[in-house]
Design a protein around this ligand. Structure first.
Ligand code: AMP
Length: 400
């Protein structure tokens, strides 16, 4: 079976086509600047890469373009559209309605719409992708895979904020957590690699990318996670502050004469994090290079990142009472050996010790154990693969 995985953004649409017999990607690409001009990138196995400007007025046009390229005799990999057995969509917010992936029908679409206040930027864009596929590929089953779903297993003490309870009841204000598909994939791989049953297994997954979150997984299920009502909470990120005293917001509002939405949406989401502290870049590679050259603010930005990651690892170890493994994943977690070394440097007290040579991962292996002899907690680098997870969920639900 061939499965198309779609990640719809407000002005972009990313796609990957999987052959589920081999679990390999046959083609992938991106339509960007939708509604503002348009550009397409397409790359299929054994074919020349394509990149060109084309007017893409809306998401329906983008999906038509994707299907056209996938079935193109020169650049495609399919004979015709009927070979696409199902479409899996990444959907940001499933609120409290979805604790797992679902086949999309009218009720599911209505529920994703009801979650728009919780994911005002992403859910409408995800819905545009879903509707576009329904128009272009009528009758092809579609599945929604939610970033929040894996975290629905958290106990109330992890997800209820200590504010008046009526706001949870009235407005569903609570911790949701994000990157759930990545945390589920990586914790599942960890259990498989270690040869243990997920239900007997506790781990901490550090998803460190442009957006970052940590997840405490107890007995194979999410027990706690660092992102909250929105993806602003938790560790320092590229442009996001991570957790801070909420009174910072009211203080900045008073000092700047701005309202809370400006402070939160603009300053804390877009001007903070590595960028805000270093004044250099939101990209960890730039900040790291400047720090290595002695730039003090870059060193501080990097130190804060290490500090906040350790903070959550320590908290999660204390909450769960036992940790069997720690995994590093996503752009920074998979690629930056120095950060992994710095983070784990002080964790010897809880049994974490890494092999500094293996940690360099010279062969860029996608899954590598970096535990040092004598450690009681095993440490791994695991490349995340959210798209494969979406494809696997889609296949399972369609076959069921
Ligand atoms: P992601 O959101 O997972 O794509 O990760 C993006 C982040 O990963 C950015 O901060 C990049 O600087 C960082 N990153 C990507 N590749 C590397 C690398 N080779 N070394 C260090 N950081 C990297």
């Amino acid at each position: 079976m061939y499965i198309l995985v779609i990640n719809g953004g407000s002005s972009s649409l990313k796609y990957q086509l999987f052959d589920m017999d081999t679990r390999k990607v046959l083609a992938k690409g991106l339509c960007e600047r939708i509604g503002k001009g348009g550009r397409m990138r397409h790359n299929a196995v054994g074919r020349n890469k394509l990149e060109f400007d084309i007017d893409i007025p809306d998401h329906t046009f983008a999906v038509r373009l994707v299907v056209k390229k996938l079935t193109d005799p020169q650049y495609g990999v399919l004979k015709d559209m009927s070979q696409i057995g199902a479409v899996g969509h990444r959907v940001l917010h499933g609120g409290q309605w979805f604790s797992e992936s679902v086949v999309i029908d009218d009720d599911v679409i209505a529920a994703i719409e009801r979650c728009i206040p919780l994911g005002p930027l992403h859910n409408p864009a995800n819905l545009m992708g879903i509707r576009a596929c329904a128009t272009v590929m009528p009758g092809v089953p579609q599945v929604a895979v939610f970033d929040t779903a894996f975290h629905q297993s958290m106990p109330k003490s992890s997800y209820i904020y200590a504010i008046p309870y009526k706001y949870y009841e009235k407005y569903a204000i609570r911790r949701y957590g994000f990157h759930g598909t990545s945390h589920r994939y990586v914790s599942g791989r960890l259990a498989e690699i270690m040869g243990v049953k997920p239900e007997d297994f506790n781990c901490i997954v550090c998803h460190l990318g442009n957006g970052s979150s940590l997840c405490a997984v107890r007995g194979g299920k999410c027990f706690d996670t660092s992102m909250g009502l929105t993806p602003l909470d938790g560790v320092e990120m590229g442009t996001r502050s991570g957790a801070l005293d909420p009174a910072v917001v009211s203080t900045l509002c008073a000092r700047l004469g701005k309202d809370a939405s400006y402070v939160v949406d603009q300053i804390l989401n877009k001007e903070s994090g590595l960028l805000g502290v270093s004044g250099i870049s939101s990209d960890f590679r730039d900040v790291n290079a400047a720090a290595d050259e002695g730039n003090e603010r870059a060193i501080l930005a990097r130190d804060i990142l290490v500090h906040t990651i350790r903070h959550y690892i320590g908290a999660y170890a204390a909450e769960m009472g036992r940790v069997d493994a720690i995994a590093f994943t996503a752009g920074i977690g998979e690629n930056n050996a120095a950060l992994r070394e710095n983070v784990t440097d002080t964790l010897g007290f809880m049994g974490v010790k890494i092999d500094k040579v293996k940690n360099l991962n010279p062969d860029r292996e996608e899954e590598l154990e970096i535990t040092a002899p004598g450690a009681t907690v095993r440490t791994f680098i695991i490349a995340t693969n959210e798209e494969l997870m979406i494809a696997l969920d889609t296949e399972r639900l369609i076959k069921a």
